[in-house]
Design a protein around this ligand. Structure first.
Ligand SMILES: NC(=O)c1ccc[n+]([C@@H]2O[C@H](COP(=O)([O-])OP(=O)(O)OC[C@H]3O[C@@H](n4cnc5c(N)ncnc54)[C@H](O)[C@@H]3O)[C@@H](O)[C@H]2O)c1
Length: 440
């Protein structure tokens, strides 16, 4: 069944959601408050780097299934839609708790919008929000500004998103599960219809609003904890003459553990894990429970870039090259990237910093304008004393040990992502250090 959908927020989640629903045959309006994003999208250019997104955008714009509109234009045109997805940011407050100002504003906008709708419309929150947000925060705002009642005049759902940046399209179209939290059966059934084109083998979990909200946090908290766990093991391995790579590989073969998210390094980053772990800790404490394990996971993560820094030895007067700025390969997202923490630490010393990333440079320039950015990894490492490898991009993995030896001044390579083979690097006789590599 072809439905009319509006997606509020055309960032990583909103744009991928809108484009993939259009690809499934629905009629989609991608709405945002940023006019630059709207122009780019209507010209079939994604404002974010996400493999495959440009092609999919172009296809759906050409077929007339996707259109981007500035929020004020969308509301003034009074376009009728069946369902809306709120995909606005949910950043952290200074104390780590969730900042709901964008959710509140979007709920107010949508409340006014549904006031004038004649059809039954389902509002769906897709942003990651702490338990209680959809029912206790968004609902009263929607009701206030629409003059209508949720569960009677309009529907209300919470539908968390599990995509990963860098493989967002693939994740969205081939998801393991669809979680539908709903205020009532009618809302949930309508939302489920949107997902009809997905294989029937994909698990549909229909539940209440709070449980849907919590599933997303529990999943991210688990994955972040898994990364901090293996980082801690890697730190222990390193100090005990053990190669953590072999340990991670072996334990990952156990089906109860599995190999995913067992890659140690300079820590997790991105727009989700750091803020979601913090928000869950804050929500938990507010409800009277101190989540010790989550606090430890966060603490280990904060320390990982420092672990890499410690390996480099003396830094004063040195030229430092940084290979990789994005928090992981295949994305231009630098939010909470370990590279930022490391660069801030380096700046406390008398260092000259050069950095390379194939996609994230422009984003990084906005927050760290005073370091040197290079166009290639070779240019970056040239004449540097210490090189930190922070993201496992293909372009970085392709470097040869001899490149470091030939181009660097005093080659000390600190591999924060175990991108290179330690044995090969060491054969050339220069200083190669890696998190989790404790063999001498
Ligand atoms: N990025 C991810 O990998 C990911 C994955 C799963 C869930 N999430 C969650 O999804 C939500 C959105 O994350 P994101 O990474 O897409 O954020 P983003 O910052 O990339 O995009 C959000 C967009 O919302 C727009 N916006 C803000 N207020 C608006 C309003 N009132 N009306 C219309 N547009 C508005 C902004 O201009 C921006 O373009 C967050 O809650 C995040 O935690 C993100």
């Amino acid at each position: 069944m072809r439905m009319k959908i509006c997606v509020l927020g055309s960032g990583y989640v909103g744009l991928v959601t809108g484009t993939c629903f259009a690809e499934m045959g629905h009629e989609v309006y991608c709405v945002d408050i940023d006019p630059k994003k709207i122009n780019l999208i209507n010209n079939a250019t994604s404002p974010i780097f996400e493999p495959g997104l440009d092609e999919l955008l172009k296809n759906n714009i050409e077929k007339g299934r996707l259109k981007a509109l500035l929020a004020e234009d969308f509301y003034s045109k009074k376009i009728q839609t069946d369902i809306s997805f709120i995909c606005v940011p949910t950043p952290s407050n200074e104390d780590g708790s969730i900042d709901l100002k964008f959710i509140e504003k979007a709920s107010e906008d949508l409340g006014r919008y549904i006031k004038s709708l004649e059809n039954y419309h389902v509002v769906t929150i897709k942003s990651t929000v702490v338990p209680g947000t959809t029912g206790d925060i968004a609902r009263p705002i929607l009701e206030k500004y629409s003059g209508k009642k949720a569960g009677q005049d309009f529907g209300l759902c919470m539908n968390p998103e599990f995509l990963r940046e860098g493989s967002a399209i693939e994740d969205f179209l081939n998801t393991d599960k669809i979680v539908i939290g709903a205020i009532d059966k009618k809302s949930g059934d309508l939302l489920e219809k949107i997902y009809e084109p997905w294989d029937e083998k994909v698990h549909r979990i229909k539940t209440n609003l709070r449980t849907a909200e919590m599933i997303k946090y529990a999943q991210n908290a688990f994955l972040a904890t898994k990364i901090s766990f293996i980082n801690e093991i890697a730190n222990i391995c390193q100090r005990n003459g053990v190669d953590a790579n072999e340990v991670a590989y072996a334990i990952g073969l156990d089906r109860r553990i599995n190999p995913r998210f067992l890659r140690f390094g300079v820590g997790y980053g991105g727009s989700c894990f750091p803020k979601d772990v913090k928000a869950l800790i804050a929500a938990s404490e507010k409800s009277g429970y101190i989540p010790r394990l989550l606090k430890a996971a966060e603490e280990v993560n904060k320390q990982q870039p420092i672990e890499a820094l410690k390996m480099a030895g003396g830094l004063n007067g040195k030229t430092i090259s940084i290979l990789g700025l994005a928090f992981k390969p295949n994305t231009d997202d630098i939010r909470e990237a370990p590279s930022i923490k490391l660069i801030h630490e380096l700046k406390k010393h008398d260092t000259k910093i050069k950095a390379y990333d194939p996609q994230a440079t422009e984003n990084m320039k906005k927050i760290l304008p005073n370091i040197t950015y290079t166009d290639s990894p070779l240019e970056c490492i040239k004449d540097s004393d210490v090189c930190f490898v922070l993201t496992g991009w293909k372009e970085i993995k392709q470097l040869e040990p001899k490149d470091f030896l030939n181009l660097m001044k005093t080659p000390i390579v600190v591999d924060g992502r175990r991108v290179f083979d330690p044995e090969k690097m060491k054969q050339l006789g220069f200083t190669y250090k890696a998190i989790g590599y404790g063999l001498t």
